[in-house]
Ligand binder design. Structure first.
Ligand SMILES: *[C@@H]1O[C@H](CO)[C@@H](O)[C@H](O)[C@H]1NC(C)=O
Ligand SMILES: *[C@@H]1O[C@H](CO)[C@@H](O)[C@H](O)[C@H]1NC(C)=O
Ligand SMILES: *[C@@H]1O[C@H](CO)[C@@H](O)[C@H](O)[C@H]1NC(C)=O
Ligand SMILES: *[C@@H]1O[C@H](CO)[C@@H](O)[C@H](O)[C@H]1NC(C)=O
Ligand SMILES: *[C@@H]1O[C@H](CO)[C@@H](O)[C@H](O)[C@H]1NC(C)=O
Ligand SMILES: *[C@@H]1O[C@H](CO)[C@@H](O)[C@H](O)[C@H]1NC(C)=O
Ligand SMILES: *[C@@H]1O[C@H](CO)[C@@H](O)[C@H](O)[C@H]1NC(C)=O
Ligand SMILES: *[C@@H]1O[C@H](CO)[C@@H](O)[C@H](O)[C@H]1NC(C)=O
Ligand SMILES: *[C@@H]1O[C@H](CO)[C@@H](O)[C@H](O)[C@H]1NC(C)=O
Ligand SMILES: *[C@@H]1O[C@H](CO)[C@@H](O)[C@H](O)[C@H]1NC(C)=O
Ligand SMILES: *[C@@H]1O[C@H](CO)[C@@H](O)[C@H](O)[C@H]1NC(C)=O
Length: 832
């Protein structure tokens, strides 16, 4: 959860969510859920021509600091139209009825935790000004309004909201443009304030605006600061507002305004130009923008919006080419068609699946294609005019490598290749692959260069197609090697502190580093992540037959062991990851610190300089499970299978597990590695049903650009990925049957779950209900293990996978063959 509120906030919010569960919300409109339920029931009765968008609830994650943007977007859209609220609302929108709207704006991120919000640029607010132009409330504070309860609505491609003054706002979009439609109460004159300066975090660094009253066009743009990176970095953005709806509407008054919180409220009727530089005496935002009204009393006003990161000309051209004269309904339909193409890549047996599961799955798959934002041909700075694909908001790779890209691997190699191209291009232009790009700028790194695990995931699964997909594997490997070998002078925003890491075999605490700087924290978790990043590099070295590097990086993959302090005790368990001085002495941190059970509510646990814990957003209890590529050895370190299992049970029972935190993602399936897969089945049921649901508070915290959405998708499909490998662990599906289509490989794979019982979607799973995997067959042949499969044998090849379930938990509580692979016991021995 990058940059989110601190861990403290997350915990507080989770508690709140529990209290609220089951309560009715003021938002969204009850018709959202009614419509989804009706659509699922209709398909249960007759499943021809399924409209998958009808199952999506865009409001899941708009409360409880899920930071999800429910706005109108196409898949990977750069535009995500949503209203912007007061209060903690990084994505603009939140359901909280005590917060007020300041307008609707076209650029947003979804599921990122920048505390002050981001991308509220070019916000427009419809107003009623019965006293005329000079009386309009233009400033942020003056114009904010409550909405009308229980009226917010959204589905893929559409967003709407009604304010307590009965003005309704609707929006629909293309990749870089869209339409806004406003309905005013009968007999009122429509006024609009368009904001030049506001972006949410109040980081305006200068810009300009021009009104062309004859064309009915306002162009504006400027520079703003990073929402999750060094404050000295700025990005540029531009917009083009066409006000006349292809000649169907006529402007009345127009002009400019400036304002602040302390009395400045100046308006210039008839003026058409603003050009304002950054106000260096910061603190109070200096506000500015346009104000205009329409002739007559039209009940409905449609405004076309184009955006660009290049220029106002390009913003206008985007609106012309992507929207043109198409109607609002036409754009909604086109957007829905694009969404159906994405959502139908995974089809389930809706008729026999519990309604809640269908809604949670398709809402998650929706968010799995909502970000990162495709800003191809909209590049700036070092990326200006790049010939590569370009994606904004990689926020952060530390969040997304674990589940987001492994899900994309199953069905979307073309999109995956474009994003990999973009990572490699980051290395070409900036020297290292991007870790946490935010607002087109390098943002703070979390664990090192997690992009390594993303591009290696692609390489090991699609090396046969890489070149056809536009990826040069040797260049990909060169990018990996730079991350692994070359220390950036400043490693806060890209790369890793590899100089000292290579010298000591871990990232030492309080070490003399004469060649680079960065925030001196997270030494324990950085070591663990660096080692797994090295595993990613090792996997590609093996694939490319680079024998020397294979030895080096296999060795470095084991360096997670170097921060294991066998002498630390907690709750009767022995051995924990700890940060360590360069002389080898460990620095003791109580493993409970920064866990949900930490009694010290003021301890810093995130990117703060005074996070002395050694771990990022986690406790040592939590991060000590982290060696996804070598669990067999971790089991040994922890004292063998039995101790490992009782330690896992204790971890959950004692409340150290943090469902919304990425390092905890794989922990519930840890039992597989100790050959007790039935326990993972129970644990995942608990995790899903305790922490996720289909309400706005249905996510345990920040979606982290669909890291959580894709985690939930895997849990519902009964799979769990090992990143940077070709392996998927088999858990137990919440659905009776699903088909994954890979239209690039021209294959479809159907997983049929024999003895599926919807009563298994419960925790605890009732006695006598089948939920545990008894056998796995792949295209008629028994699988070698019932605990994991290889992509090359299954979803890459296509065909049929049959999982037979049983209620005999003890009988199914072993892998019936090999446990999932570990490096030190001969696993991952050759590339597929
Ligand atoms: C199912 O729906 C399709 C298309 O809407 C229709 O043609 C068909 O007759 C329906 N089948 C049943 C059994 O109602
Ligand atoms: C909206 O709902 C909230 C919470 O239920 C309530 O406090 C508020 O008064 C309602 N607002 C209106 C305008 O009805
Ligand atoms: C805005 O003013 C600056 C000087 O203050 C000038 O350099 C710039 O060209 C102006 N920009 C526009 C778009 O008018
Ligand atoms: C949009 O789709 C609906 C439902 O399929 C259809 O009735 C309508 O004619 C379409 N409208 C446009 C403008 O394409
Ligand atoms: C990008 O290309 C455009 C159009 O050819 C050109 O005007 C602009 O200067 C180029 N920008 C950079 C940074 O090369
Ligand atoms: C991104 O946009 C480019 C340019 O329109 C397009 O070619 C590409 O397919 C898009 N990629 C995704 C993943 O949406
Ligand atoms: C890794 O290499 C170091 C230095 O050569 C060696 O001491 C260590 O034993 C190796 N570790 C493993 C796990 O092979
Ligand atoms: C290692 O360095 C730390 C910090 O200076 C010190 O407290 C510790 O005693 C040293 N350990 C050894 C074995 O010298
Ligand atoms: C809680 O943590 C803070 C920050 O580390 C520390 O300053 C404070 O002393 C701690 N309080 C207690 C009661 O341990
Ligand atoms: C744990 O169990 C597995 C599977 O039965 C076995 O291969 C492995 O050796 C055991 N590990 C330890 C440390 O005993
Ligand atoms: C998939 O099918 C399409 C059209 O039939 C064909 O052009 C393409 O080469 C096929 N791709 C693969 C990987 O077989």
């Amino acid at each position: 959860m990058p940059g989110s509120a601190t861990l403290r906030w997350l915990i507080a919010a989770s508690t709140l969510a529990c209290l609220r569960a089951g309560n009715t919300y003021a938002q969204p409109s009850p018709k959202v859920q009614e419509r989804i339920s009706a659509a699922i029931k209709a398909v249960q009765a007759n499943s021809t021509d399924i409209d998958y968008t009808a199952f999506v609830n865009p409001f899941i994650g708009t409360d409880n600091e899920g930071d999800v943007c429910p706005g109108a977007s196409v898949p990977f859209g750069m535009v995500k139209f949503s209203t912007d609220f007061t209060g903690y609302a990084p994505a603009g929108y939140i359901v909280d009825p005590t917060q007020k709207i300041r307008g609707i704006s076209p650029l947003h991120d979804s599921g990122t935790g920048s505390s002050l919000g981001t991308y509220g640029n070019f916000e427009i607010m419809p107003l009623l000004c019965p006293g005329g132009f000079d009386t309009c409330q233009t400033t942020l504070l003056a114009r904010e309004r409550f909405r009308k309860n229980s009226t917010d609505d959204a589905y893929p491609g559409y967003f709407s909201q009604t304010m307590d003054n009965e003005i309704k706002m609707e929006a629909t979009s293309t990749r870089r443009a869209g339409l806004e439609r406003f309905t005013f109460p009968k007999g009122s004159k429509p006024y609009f304030v368009l904001d030049l300066a506001n972006d949410l975090p109040a980081s305006f660094a200068g810009g300009s605006m021009d009104i062309d009253p004859d064309r009915g066009r306002i162009t504006l743009g400027g520079h703003w600061g990073s929402s999750f990176g060094p404050v000295s970095y700025h990005y540029q953005a531009f917009a083009c507002y066409d006000l006349l709806d292809n000649g169907k509407q006529k402007l009345s008054e127009y002009g400019v305004w400036t304002g602040d919180t302390y009395g400045l409220d100046a308006k210039g009727l008839g003026q058409t130009h603003l050009n304002l530089s950054q106000n260096l005496f910061g603190g109070v935002p200096y506000q500015s923008g346009a104000l205009f009204s329409y002739d007559g009393q039209p009940e409905q006003v449609t405004i076309r919006v184009g955006v660009s990161f290049v220029s106002t000309d390009q913003a206008c051209a985007n609106a012309e080419s992507e929207v043109g004269t198409t109607t609002f309904e036409g754009i909604v339909n086109a957007s829905k068609a694009l969404w159906n193409e994405k959502l139908s890549k995974i089809e389930i047996d809706v008729a026999n699946t519990p309604e809640l599961v269908t809604e949670m799955l398709y809402s998650s798959l929706y968010r799995a294609s909502l970000t990162p934002n495709n800003a191809t041909l909209e590049t700036q700075g070092a990326f200006a005019n790049t010939t590569s694909f370009y994606f904004d908001s990689l926020y952060c790779s530390w969040d997304t490598f674990r589940t987001f890209y492994p899900l994309m691997t199953l069905h979307s190699p073309v999109e995956f290749a474009q994003i990999v191209d973009n990572y490699i291009d980051g290395w070409r232009k900036n020297g290292w692959m991007p870790e946490c790009r935010a607002n087109n700028l390098p943002g703070w790194t979390q664990g090192g260069s997690s992009g390594d695990n993303i591009v290696s995931q692609f390489a090991v699964n699609y090396h046969n197609e890489a070149s056809e997909l536009g990826i040069d594997l040797h260049e990909l490997y060169a990018a990996l090697k730079t991350d692994g070998e070359v220390n950036p002078p400043e490693w806060n925003t890209e790369g890793r502190q590899v100089n000292v890491y290579k010298k000591y075999g871990y990232v030492p605490f309080a070490v003399l580093d004469t060649g680079s700087t960065g925030r001196q924290t997270r030494e324990g978790s950085r070591t663990l992540e660096y080692a797994f990043e090295d595993f990613g590099i090792r996997q590609v070295a093996q694939l490319l037959g680079n024998a020397d590097d294979l030895v080096t990086y296999t060795n470095r993959s084991y360096w997670y062991r170097n921060v294991w302090d066998p002498s630390v005790h907690s709750d009767g368990f022995k051995g924990f990851m700890q940060k360590r001085y360069s002389n080898g002495t460990f620095f003791y941190t109580d493993p409970v610190h920064c866990s949900p059970k930490d009694s010290n509510q003021t301890r810093e646990c995130s990117l703060q300089a005074d996070n002395t814990n050694g771990f990022y957003e986690s406790s040592s209890w939590e991060y000590s499970w982290y060696a996804p590529h070598d669990m067999a050895y971790l089991i040994k370190l922890m004292g063998g299978n039995e101790t490992f299992i009782s330690r896992l049970d204790h971890f959950f029972d004692a409340g150290y597990y943090l469902s919304g935190n990425e390092p905890s993602f794989q922990t519930p399936i840890g039992y597989h590695y100790a050959n007790q897969p039935a326990r993972s089945v129970d644990r995942v049921r608990d995790v899903v049903l305790t922490n996720f649901n289909a309400t706005p508070a249905g996510l345990p915290g920040n979606d982290d650009q669909a890291a959580m959405a894709t985690l939930l998708s895997f849990h519902l499909l009964g799979l769990y990925p090992v990143p940077s490998s070709t392996h998927y662990l088999i858990v137990s599906p919440f659905v009776p049957k699903y088909t994954i289509h890979n239209s690039y490989l021209n294959v479809s794979t159907t997983v049929t779950v024999q003895n599926y019982d919807p009563k298994s979607v419960n925790y605890p799973i009732p006695n006598g209900v089948s939920a545990y995997v008894k056998s796995v067959t792949i295209n008629g042949k028994p699988a070698a293990s019932r605990c994991y499969v290889d992509f090359y044998d299954t979803f890459r090849a296509g065909g049929d996978i049959v999982l037979e379930l049983t209620d005999d938990k003890n009988g199914a509580n072993d892998c019936g063959g090999p446990v999932p692979e570990s490096l030190s016991t001969g696993g991952f021995a050759k590339a597929r």
